[in-house]
Every structure is written in C-alpha cells, then in structure tokens.
Design a protein around this ligand. Structure first.
Ligand SMILES: Cc1ncc(COP(=O)(O)O)c(C=O)c1O
Length: 501
C-alpha cells in the first residue's frame, strides 16, 4: 500500500469544485510562486489516506497513554465545544479591548482562580509553556533582587536532582549558576545538603513538587523557611499539581512563585509540543514584576490590558498568550468546581498507587512508600539478568495496545519507566495495562530475544531515532533521489557508529 500522497498521484483525478472565474482576477499582493509539483488525487483518496494514517498511530482517543510527566492524557470534548464558540474562535488578537470584553474576562477569571488554587496573590497567564513559565518566574525573582540592590550578589539557584530537567536549564538561561542538591533514600530533598548549599549568594531554590520521582516533598515548609532565612525566594515547579489540587496550596507552604502546566493539570492538549500555557502565580512581593500586559478590571467593571507597570519584566511574546488554551483550562476548572478538583487529585493519586501496587513485585520501584500522581519503576534487574531494557519494554507495550510510559526519566533511576495514569482511566483499563506489564516481565525471562526485537505488530519496527533526530529529512524523494541520498554525507557518517538506546 502506498504511504505518501506523492506515490498516490493520479494526474487528472483531482476534482475541480469551483466554477471558472467570472470576475476580473485580483492583482497578487506578492510575486506569484513558481508552480508547485503537487500530487493530484480525488477527494475520497485524500480523506481515506489521512484517515488510514491516523489509525496507524497512538493517541489518547484510541489508546491508554500512560506517559509519565509532560502531558495531559485527557482532552475533554466539552473544552473544544466551548473554544469553538464563534465569539471566542472568531476574535482577533489585535481587536480593540472594548470589543473583546468576553475574552478579557476569561483571562481575568483564569488569573484569579489560578492564584487562588496556588494560594498566592496574583497570576499571569501569558507564558506559552511550562518552561517559559519557569523563565518568567525566574526573571521576576531576578527583578525582585535587583530592585533591592542584591541582584549582583545573588547569582546562584539551588535545584534538587529530582527536579524536572527544564528547571536547571531555565535557571542557566536566566544567567544563574546552578547548584544541584541530592535526594535522600526516600526520594526527598536531603535537607542537610540543602542547608549547606544555601547562602547569601542564593537567589532562589527551585523545587519540583511533587518531584519527578512522584514523591511529595514533605519538608517543603522547612525548606521554604530555611531559604527565606537567607533572603532567597522559593520557586515551585507546579507542573505536577494534579497530585495535590484542592488538597494543599503551595502558597500556604511558603512558596513564593510557581507555574502550572495546564496541559498536565487542566486537560489542555499539548501533543507534539504545543500550543501550551504555563501560567505563573506569585506572592504579592513579586506582583509588580508580572509581565505586561496584565488583565485588570476597572472600577466600572470593564476589563482592560494594563501596560502601566513600570517594574514589569516586559512581554513574553508578541501577542497575549495562548488564550484558547487558557479558555480550555478555565472550562475544566469551572466544570469541576472546588470539590471536583479535589476529587481529580485523589483519583490521580489512587490510580498511580494502584498500578504501583500491582507491578512492584515484577519491577523494582523508586517509590517504596507509595507515590503521588505517577510511579517510577525500574527494569535494572531485568536488564542485568536477562538483557531486557526499559526501552525493550516500551517497544513491546504497543503490541498489547498501549502507548509506552516515559522511559529513562527521571535520570536518577536506572532503566526507569515513569507511569502516569491520571484521574480519567477506568479500573478495567488500569488492570489491562498492568496485565500487559506483568506478561512482559514474564516474557523478559522466557523469551528475551523476542522483546529485544519488539514491536511485532506495528507498521514499522524500531526506527533509527537518533538518526531521525540528527539527520531530519521530511522531504519526499523519488526512489532515484533516495538512492542518491544513500551516499553518506557528513551527518550520516557521524551517525554510522551511533545507535538507538
Ligand atoms: C515537572 C515538569 N516541569 C516542567 C515541564 C516543562 O513544561 P513544558 O513542556 O510545557 O515546557 C514539564 C513537562 O513538560 C514537567 O513535567
């Protein structure tokens, strides 16, 4: 079966839906492009081609998606219905604010409700992703220290080794030196090491809570107090908030600034890297530094963009943020209400612990005392005894109809597999997944070679992923061009010795 539209090309078969032009042709505002050599197909062939391709892939609408961290596994159709309402979908980002009051109210309400959930005083919904939220939060921390005349002396950010990888990257991107602090045997920050690392040159402690091991940092209050004593602020990566939504508020624990990943906590889509949003909530001391424009409500009740913020860190991008994503997140929040969000977090934690309890005999775990919303298993023993890696297990799962979990992250656990079932899967689905994982653990002992060559039922087997990343070529080539491409260029030669995991 041909895979590409170019291979399906059937000259003359394309349907011409529009009658011939019966008005003068409008002048082109730009130089006409040379004619493109596009394939010609009839409508059925095009629709069937894309529908067939969509069935060859895994998605949350077709399969259970236990990927740990990073993305939401539930995008309710209600969110899409609300976002499609013409008043929202038809608006333009350059529209006059008087004619966009509904949109401004959405953003204003989102700012308020997110600040409330965080237990903090103010919030910006501008950042386009979690990592950009981190960047914005750290810029606000830097502006705060600058304003107090301590910007030059506070040059370090402390990041525990159980933090998400974007945390040290964001700190370095803001010009800070990063001090890493180790976790203890329970997967929590080692408080003695933290105290040793703290000092008057520290601008902030940046902590992911619950951390990437799926463990809640129970000493967070003590940690915040210790940081504050030295004049440092505390940034919390709140991407994992769906473990504690409605149960506890970071602001009450002493956190000064945090970001949300709405695509991890509030059901917004984020597949393939965007569009996302990473709203940042702050304590009142950081409020003057929030990016512009900020949405505010005037005394008359109208909503407006507030640009008059002299201490603001600036704007994070050309427009106003991914408003459609914020709208979906607000829809999810309002649909659930306070009690509903509390249920979300308890169900997410229950699901992860259920999986952990069923699988911890077959795999080692980094969560001996239970977990929050995600659990971390390890295939280190299977690797040592049978040569079967986390990668092989991940490749075998699609044969059983499941997307793979996140593998090799967190990096502090060998052969790690991070599983995040979220609050939305039925017990029957969780059981089917666990049955598959148990079966695979058995196969690792009885037929390791078969696992090393999985998947066996998919359209393609193991791809050269390093090659695809390093030598990305998305252009269709004729068989003859493909043959010419086989002559190794510099990038291909470099890859010759590289392997996938
Ligand atoms: C804990 C944590 N922090 C930060 C991020 C970064 O968020 P984003 O991918 O939206 O930049 C993620 C996942 O993506 C995450 O899981």
């Amino acid at each position: 079966m041909s895979e590409l539209l170019f291979e399906l090309d059937d000259p003359g078969s394309a349907s011409d839906y529009l009658p011939p032009l019966d008005v003068p042709e409008a002048p082109m505002p730009f130089a006409p492009r040379p004619t493109l050599d596009l394939p010609e197909l009839d409508e059925h062939s095009v629709v069937r081609h894309f529908t067939r391709l969509s069935h060859q892939t895994f998605s949350i609408d077709t399969h259970f998606y236990p990927l740990g961290s990073c993305t939401m596994k539930y995008n309710p159709k209600l969110n899409e219905a609300i976002a499609s309402l013409s008043g929202f979908a038809g608006a333009h980002p350059l529209q006059d604010e008087q004619t966009a009051q509904g949109w401004l109210e959405v953003l204003f309400r989102a700012q308020n409700v997110l600040a409330q959930i965080a237990g903090l005083d103010a919030c910006t919904v501008q950042p386009l992703a979690g990592a950009q939220g981190e960047f914005a939060g750290l810029l606000m921390i830097r502006a705060y220290h600058d304003k107090r005349g301590e910007g030059q002396s506070r040059r370090r950010i402390i990041v525990p080794d159980s933090a998400h990888g974007t945390n040290p990257a964001s700190a370095a991107r803001c010009g800070y030196a990063v001090t890493s602090v180790q976790s203890n045997a329970q997967g929590n920050v080692d408080m003695d090491a933290m105290r040793t690392a703290l000092g008057s040159d520290v601008a902030a402690v940046m902590i992911t809570n619950p951390n990437t091991l799926g463990v809640f940092e129970a000493q967070i209050e003590e940690l915040c107090a210790a940081a504050h004593q030295t004049g440092a602020l505390v940034y919390m990566d709140g991407a994992n908030m769906n473990a504690i939504l409605g149960q506890a508020r970071p602001g009450d624990m002493g956190v000064d600034v945090m970001h949300f990943n709405v695509h991890k906590t509030f059901s917004t889509p984020h597949g393939g890297g965007g569009p996302g949003a990473g709203p940042v909530a702050v304590r009142a001391i950081l409020e003057p530094f929030l990016p512009v424009p900020h949405v505010k409500q005037t005394e008359s009740g109208a909503f407006m963009w507030d640009w008059e913020r002299p201490d603001a860190i600036g704007s994070l991008h050309g427009f106003r943020g991914n408003a459609g994503v914020i709208l979906r997140a607000l829809t999810y929040i309002l649909r659930h209400g306070g009690a509903g969000l509390q249920r979300v977090s308890s169900d997410a934690v229950l699901s992860a612990n259920y999986i952990l309890a069923r699988l911890k005999g077959a795999y080692e775990t980094a969560n001996p005392n239970g977990c929050k919303h995600e659990c971390v298993l390890s295939a280190a023993k299977l690797k040592a005894e049978h040569g079967v890696s986390a990668w092989d297990i991940a490749k075998r799962l699609p044969d059983y109809g499941f997307h793979a979990p996140t593998v090799y992250f967190p990096t502090i656990v060998k052969e790690s597999m991070m599983i995040e079932p979220t609050e939305t899967e039925t017990k029957a689905t969780l059981d089917a997944f666990c049955d598959a994982m148990l079966q695979i653990a058995q196969e690792a002992i009885t037929d390791p070679d078969m696992l090393r060559h999985a998947p066996h039922t998919l359209k393609v087997g193991r791809l050269d992923e390093a090659g695809a990343a390093k030598c990305l070529n998305l252009c269709w080539t004729t068989p003859q061009e493909a043959e010419e491409c086989e002559t190794p260029g510099p990038a291909k030669r470099e890859l010759a010795g590289a392997s996938t995991y």
